[in-house]
Structure formats: C-alpha cells, structure tokens
Design a protein around this ligand. Sequence first.
Ligand code: NOJ
Length: 450
Amino acid sequence: MPSPLPDRFPRNFVWGTATAAAQIEGAAFADGKSESVWDRLARRPGAILQGDTLDQACDHYHRFDADFALMRSLGLRHYRLSLAWPRLLPAGDRTVNQRGIDFYHRLFDSMQNHGITPWVTLFHWDLPQALEDRGGWRSRCVPEAFAHYADVAVKAFGDRVKHWITLNEIRCFTIHGYGGLGKAPGANEAPGVVNQTIHHALVCHGHAVRAVREHGGRSAKVGLTDNCETVIPLTETPDDIAAARAYFIEANQSILGAIHGGRYAPAYLRRCGADRPKVTRGDFALISQPTDFLGLNIYTGLFVRAGKRGRPEHLPPSPSYPHTDSPWLGLAPRALYWGPRLAAEVYGVKNLYITENGCGYDDDRVVNGECHDLHRVEFLRSYLKELQRAIGDGAPVRGYFLWSFIDNFEWNDGTTRRFGIVHNDFKTQRRTPKLSAAWYARVIAGHRLC
Ligand code: NOJ
C-alpha cells in the first residue's frame, strides 16, 4: 500500500539554506586571511571556467548584514555556513588571526539580530595552502593541525553556535582533489594515496566531534555532512530494494561504513588490496565516537535493480536522461526518499538532516526585476515531495537546507553555474530573490508544499 502523503511537514522541522565560506565570502586576502588551496587552484590556467577566482565571490564578507536581512525577510530562520580555516589560522596551525575571529563574531551577532540560527561547518574544502605545502591531506600534518583548529573554533564560538558540522563531503576534497578529478589541490595521486587522504579526513571528523564535546557546552550537537552514494531501486519491489540496499552498503563502506562500523569493513579492505589505508592506533576510537545527527547532501542518485541471482546491477543513465546544467546532476527526486531511508536503516541513525539539495542552471536571468526560475521550483517541489514521503514512512529527517541561498562560486564551474534562490549579479553584487525564493518562503511559512 503506498503511504498517504502527510499534509504538513513535522512541526519542528528545520527549514534553511546553505552556503560555504570560500564560495560566498570573497575578501580572499583581507584582514590576514591566507591563501587556500582553491585560491591557488584558481590561478592555474584552465582550472576554473572563465578564469574566475574566489577573490570577490558574493562579497558576503562586507554585505552579510544585508544578506541576513534578506534571509529573514524570506522567513529563513536557519542557515548553514562554514568557517574559513585560512581566515582563522592562516598557517593552518599555530597563530590565531584575531581579525578572523572578530569577523565571525560580527557575523554571528548579525545573525542573532535577525533571529537566524547558525549551523556551522568546520571544513568546507578551503584547506590553507600552507598545509598543502606540507603534504596536505596525504599527510598526518592535516589531522594534527585540524585538531588545533577545531579546538580554537569551538572555544571561540561555542557559546553562540550549538549545531556543528565536522566536514563537508569528504569524497569531494579527497577523491576529487587528489585522484585527478580537478578539484583543489588538483593533484593526481595513486589509489593508495587517495585512500590515505580519506582516512585522514575521517580522523579530522573524529577530532571535530571531540572538540565539540570538550568545548561546545552541553547543548551542542555535532555530526558529519556526507555526500554518500545515494542508491535508488529501479522499482519499489522487494528484490530491487534488497539489491539497492546491498549496493548502498558496499558503495559507502569507506566513509559512513567506517564511521558507524568502528573499522573498515573486511570487504572494503579486500577491494583496496595493497592500497588499503594505514591506520594508526587510536584512530577508530576517535572516528567512531557517537554523533548527534548525520547530514546528507543529496542531489541525484544511482539506479540499481536486482540482476541475475538478485545481484545488484547499476543502470547508468543514457545521454537523453534529463539533467540540470551540471552534467553530474541528473533529475532523481526519489533520491530524497531512498537516501534518508537507507541511511537510517543501514546505520541506525536517529536524526538526519538534508544539509544540501538544489540544482544548478546557467541561464537564470533577471528581467524587469524578476528571475523566473520555473525549472528550480519544479525541481525542488518534486524532490521535497519524496522527502515528505520518506518522513511519512518513518525516516527520521529533522530538517532540510536548500543549496543555495545565493548564486555563488561553484568551484570549477566558477560563477557560471547558478544554484541560488537569490540571484547575484557578480558585477554589481545586486541580489534579486528568484521565483523559487518566494515559493520556498511560502513552503516554510505553511510547513507544506504549495
Ligand atoms: C556540494 C558542495 O558541498 C557545494 O559546495 C557545492 O556548491 C554544491 N554541492 C553544488 O555542486
């Protein structure tokens, strides 16, 4: 029996939007901030579309007050942001940059004045270049420096920040950063090295959890944000569901499996062979500390069916499969049903947040003061409907953060790919809420799709 859709989202459901420091702040070299690996990559010819840099981005560094006023006018009371590590500790470790600390205090003051609750990611890809110069994620120097950074950040802001996210999308800054896939630092290492970068990221996650427990105060909550492989059963029949679940478990063994299992699964280590990560004594005690929630970034999914003898079979999409302007982002609303459901079932997670979901298009234009992003409204509506179905079927999803509040620096795609519900004119820095912003404001106000 298909489950009836509940009319409204749960009463305390958290509605928000998300961004990241490097993508919106700009002021890339102001007030003592040092170069990040993305600042460096942006200077490599051909690395970023149009040769865009992060130098100015949305200039949020100077405009946050107006941005929060706009956010509040849309009824947004929760906001996921990240701290820029190179702003707070320019060398990665050692000396704290007081001007960086002061900036975030001003930012949190403004959020408080506008009645907006911060959800703070400690690391969203902007590794200080100084640490990359010492080996970056390949080396144990990053977890060591990160432990100090996490302590500094949680001690400085722990009285005002009660929701902490340790790291954002480990596979992106490890596999895509060191495995020849173009993200910063733009390295191309052997599989064993890449596996080691993932392991070091897991250790950092552990340090962040420890830092929040030690310095965050009793009401502080902490969790990881992961972009796990989201798997969708081709048909919602027992065989395909079982196949999807088996595929999900295997595809996520290196990160979620390791964190929740307290070790690397033997099957994962067998697959790695000689390229298996080196684990130092005590690592897994840190890595597998209990957390308060799991954040999932869900944009798309892999379709899987039960093949011969029930074996999971992945069906790659054909070129005609509909997708957004990001080629990797195929339309798959059911990802927002199966992602939370499988994560909750497989890992026993009790509190899930969708920490990112949204879509990128290149042709969002402002005409007569309006931006008619109908494609985004339909995208969000179809995804949220599936999220609502998941909640109706018992998935413990407590909140949803739309990516993104504003068009911003979309990594290798520079400023060409727009994910915001607020349009940004990067020349004038004029903000224009799109049709999707007005639609989302109504959803939030009514706790229901409209
Ligand atoms: C995931 C990342 O966390 C975010 O930084 C990025 O902009 C969005 N996906 C869209 O690609």
